[in-house]
Ligand binder design. Structure first.
Ligand SMILES: Nc1ncnc2c1ncn2[C@@H]1O[C@H](COP(=O)(O)OP(=O)(O)OP(=O)(O)O)[C@@H](O)[C@H]1O
Ligand SMILES: [Mg+2]
Length: 251
């Protein structure tokens, strides 16, 4: 589904190499997790895949279902089926959440040559999905993420994901401030959307999140590279021994 080969990325403004050759393949139907110390490049990887400005790819490739995504505009990546949830979601004052989501869904449908959804149909669908995911539909009336609590932002993220039905979901999870219920909600959301045709990449510091999600594969990123890949037991090992131990082991 998502195939990243030897991805090397530097900052546009400075001569600073952040990703130093990332190799990663997420198969359809699988959940992969990335853990790693602060500043190892996890968020940078998600930013580069989303097409955010400020980064320059100096080498390597990234494809989604065989299509090169690095050359695409951010909205083309979304239309191709890539969904990203960021560590720090943006607030958009003045734009209603419902309008925002409908615009996102419709621009994606348009790009895929499907008919746009009417506001009535959209409302019906969004209410249905919100109910399934036990999300309070009142949140839809508020401006995007403005004044949302950390947990509400998470709910919103899961709802967006459910509405867009992406092929590949990348979630960069905050490392602080999420209570047990919010974490549970992210996990339940991912589990509810787990599907043979869909891949997940979950970036997290929490072993606890992975208790609920049960990843198929766990990667450890350090200093701009994946230094180790294993099963769920790798996350437990990190929890017990920390990253230093691992770094020494692979050095
Ligand atoms: N725009 C930028 N300007 C300067 N430095 C940057 C920029 N973007 C990333 N970096 C640097 O790149 C490195 C990787 O950052 P990144 O946010 O990807 O780490 P991370 O693995 O997500 O960390 P965390 O676990 O704290 O979320 C850090 O040293 C960071 O300071
Ligand atoms: Mg980060």
């Amino acid at each position: 589904m998502l195939e990243i080969k030897n991805l090397q990325v530097k900052l546009e403004e400075e001569d600073k190499q952040i990703l130093k050759g990332v190799d990663l393949t997420v198969e359809a139907g699988k959940v992969h997790a990335i853990m790693g110390p602060n500043g190892s490049g996890k968020s940078t990887l998600s930013y580069v895949l989303s097409g955010r400005d400020g980064y320059e790819v100096t080498d390597g490739t990234a494809t989604l279902a065989g299509e090169d995504i690095l050359d695409m505009e951010p909205e083309e990546r979304a239309a191709a089926g890539l969904f990203l949830a960021f560590q720090y979601p943006v607030e958009i004052p003045g734009v209603g959440n419902m309008t925002f989501m409908r615009t996102a869904v419709n621009s994606q449908r348009k790009a895929r040559g499907q008919e746009e959804m009417s506001s009535t149909d959209f409302l019906k669908l969004v209410r249905e999905k919100a109910k399934e995911l036990k999300i309070d539909a009142d949140m839809l009336k508020r401006p995007v993420n403005v004044g949302f609590s950390g947990g509400e932002k998470k709910r919103n993220e899961i709802l967006q994901m459910a509405m867009l039905e992406p092929k590949m979901c990348i979630l960069d999870e905050t490392d602080s401030g999420l209570d047990v219920d919010a974490m549970r909600l992210v996990a339940d959301g991912v589990n509810a959307l787990r599907d043979e045709g869909r891949g997940f990449l979950v970036i997290t510091h929490y072993q606890r999140l992975l208790d609920h999600i049960q990843p198929d594969v766990v990667h450890i990123m350090s200093n701009g590279r994946i230094i180790k890949t294993g099963g769920p037991e790798l996350a437990l090992e990190v929890e017990k021994n920390g990253y230093e131990h691992l770094k020494e082991e692979v050095a």
